[in-house]
Design a protein around this ligand. Structure first.
Ligand code: HEC
Ligand code: HEC
Length: 391
């Protein structure tokens, strides 16, 4: 058992966390209900009006056609705003039988992703949202899913604007964006996305409340195994994970993001269980021949084919499956792939060119060392103090 010498002082400085003792909600729900209120989309007094509007929209199930699918269906607060459905490698669409081609991502910490740009010094592409960096801001991103036929499947912005005008809280749009805010469909849609983005930038979505964050602040100790995992994570001659998933605060003291926002082809295998392969030709013209080119598709540059943005590892323990196509179901399998890709007969890469052969593939870690790494990854789950004080 770990010792929690500073638990009391931590709780005193985090009032939202205190609410948890009183009810069975997860810490994020507790932080937003104002305590005990069981409304589905609770109102948080700490949010600005725009953020509150964005939050209502993020949880709004009427925003899909047919109704029933909110952003939060695929990005649920209890699993760090990722898809709570873990049986499938990808997400279900609002229309039954439709699936996206990629594994869902966590929205937590997406607010810190810079726009796609080329770092000339490093000679690398960095930033951009989605696995392939194809959009540059949260507001731009939020305009994707509602019109995506494989996701919320609305036919056009006019239909969305009409839905927005019919919402019980439509008056909030006027309050935030002025009279007539929902009159023009394009404007209405842009306001919707802007408000959602404002909510996604709040501390409620990126709380920095993992055990590791507490440890960095000197407020808790890591177990021996977690510390061994951290050392392996950082050692260049061992896991070398921090080379792409930085684990230390930056020079200005801001907490680590566990991604350098760059792109790599790790040689991730195809996922034969991806239901996208069997969609009808009008939704997936390539059928089983579908190959996800990642950044190469975004840039139309074959030298970037197969590269995906290094994802944050914050909350990774609660967001299975793993990789852009969800091919690995557990962290142990994911880390084992890094460890033995080149020596243990793993399936061939989905994209054979541009595979990173220098930084991974034969790490020489023992099985207990892989477990140590996984134990460390488990310290990155938000709500640590809350879940421990609730026990
Ligand atoms: C049907 C499930 C589904 C719905 C509904 C959905 N998303 Fe997503 N979301 C995904 C998937 C899958 C990805 C990764 C897709 C890709 O890379 O092409 C993603 C990616 C994202 C990202 C990018 C994160 C990153 O690290 O780059 C953000 C932000 C996001 N979604 C927010 C939203 C918002 C806001 C809504 C509602 C307007 C929404 N999503 C609706 C499945 C969904
Ligand atoms: C060369 C850069 C690089 C190094 C080194 C690296 N990673 Fe990654 N990591 C990535 C990229 C890129 C992805 C996404 C790949 C994909 O989807 O095909 C990823 C994905 C992951 C995922 C899946 C996350 C998710 O949300 O699906 C985990 C877990 C992970 N890495 C852990 C590690 C660990 C542990 C190490 C050290 C043993 C490590 N990584 C080393 C670049 C790197």
């Amino acid at each position: 058992m770990d010792r929690f010498p500073t638990r009391l002082s931590v709780i005193v400085t985090l009032p939202a966390v205190l609410l948890l003792g009183a009810c069975n909600l997860t810490h994020k729900e507790a932080a937003t209900t104002g305590g005990g209120d069981s409304a589905a989309v609770p109102v948080d007094a700490q949010l600005t009006t725009k953020e509150r509007l964005g939050k209502l929209l993020f949880f709004e199930k009427r925003l899909s056609t047919p109704p029933g699918q909110a952003c939060a269906n695929c990005h649920a607060p209890q699993v760090a705003f990722a898809d709570p459905e873990t049986e499938l490698p990808v997400s279900r669409g609002a229309i039954p039988g439709r699936y996206g081609s990629r594994n869902d991502m966590t929205v937590s910490y997406a607010a810190f992703i810079p726009p796609l740009h080329r770092d000339e010094e490093a000679g690398l592409w960095e930033g951009g949202l989605f696995w392939d960096g194809r959009v540059n801001s949260l507001a731009e991103q939020a305009q994707g899913p509602p019109l995506n036929p494989l996701e919320m499947a609305n036919p056009h912005t006019s239909a969305i604007a009409e839905t927005l005008r019919g919402l019980s809280y439509a008056a909030l749009f006027t309050e935030v964006y002025g009279a007539g805010a929902l009159d023009d469909p394009t404007q209405a849609y842009a306001h919707m996305a802007d408000a959602i983005a404002a909510y996604e930038r709040t501390a409620e979505v990126s709380p920095f409340s993992s055990k590791y964050d507490y440890w960095l602040r000197g407020e808790v100790e890591l177990s021996e195994q977690e510390l061994r995992g951290l050392r392996l994570f950082e050692a260049e001659d061992k896991g070398n994970c921090a080379a792409c998933h930085p684990s230390r605060p930056s020079e200005d003291g801001s907490p680590p993001m566990f991604t350098d926002f760059s792109y790599d082809n790790l040689g991730t295998p195809r996922n034969p269980e991806n239901p996208f392969y069997s969609l009808p030709a009008e939704l997936n013209p390539d059928g089983f021949g579908f190959v996800d080119l990642g950044l190469g598709g975004t840039l139309k540059d074959p030298s970037q084919n197969g590269k995906f943005r290094v994802p944050t590892l914050r909350n990774v323990a609660v967001t299975p499956p793993y990789m852009h196509n969800g091919v690995f179901k557990t962290l142990f399998a994911t880390v084992s792939f890094y460890n033995t890709r080149d020596v243990a007969g793993w399936p061939a890469p989905e994209v054979a060119e541009n595979v990173n052969r220098e930084e991974l593939g034969n790490l020489g870690l023992t099985s207990p060392e892989v477990e140590d790494l996984v134990a460390f990854l488990r310290t990155l789950t938000d709500g640590w103090q809350a879940s421990n004080s609730a026990r």
